[in-house]
Write a protein that binds this ligand. Structure first.
Ligand SMILES: [Zn+2]
Length: 112
C-alpha cells in the first residue's frame, strides 16, 4: 500500500528508479525524504541482466524488421520484372500470331 501523505504532511509521489543498482524499483518520494526498503542483492543482480536481455531482443527485432522491409522491396521488384517479362512474352506471341494470321489472310484472299 502506497502512502499518499508523508509524515510531514506533504503529498507523496510514486516514483520508479531506473538506475543500474535499483532498476524498476518503485518508491514514494516526498519533497524532503525518500522511503522504501533497499532491494535485495539477488534482485540487484538479476534485474539489470533482464533489462539488458530485453534491450538486446528489442534491437534484434528492429534488425529483423529492417531486413523484412528490404526483402519485401526485393520481392516487389522481382514481381514487377516477372510481370514485365510476361508482358513481353504476351506481346511477342500476339504479334507473332497476328503476323502469321495476316499471311494466311493474304494467302486466302489470293486464293479467292
Ligand atoms: Zn515528507
Amino acid at each position: 500500500m502506497v502512502r499518499e501523505t508523508c509524515n510531514c504532511g506533504r503529498q507523496t509521489l510514486l516514483m520508479t528508479s531506473w538506475t543500474d543498482t535499483n532498476p524498476g524499483r518503485r518508491f514514494v518520494q516526498c519533497p524532503q525524504y525518500k522511503v522504501d526498503p533497499e532491494m535485495c542483492q539477488r534482485s540487484k543482480e538479476i534485474i539489470p541482466g533482464l533489462l539488458w536481455s530485453k534491450n538486446k531482443i528489442a534491437a534484434e527485432v528492429e534488425t529483423w524488421k529492417e531486413m523484412t522491409k528490404v526483402q519485401q522491396g526485393n520481392a516487389r521488384r522481382l514481381k514487377m520484372y516477372l510481370m514485365l517479362h510476361w508482358g513481353v512474352i504476351f506481346l511477342w506471341l500476339f504479334f507473332f500470331k497476328s503476323g502469321a494470321k495476316g499471311e494466311n489472310e493474304v494467302g486466302e484472299e489470293a486464293a479467292l
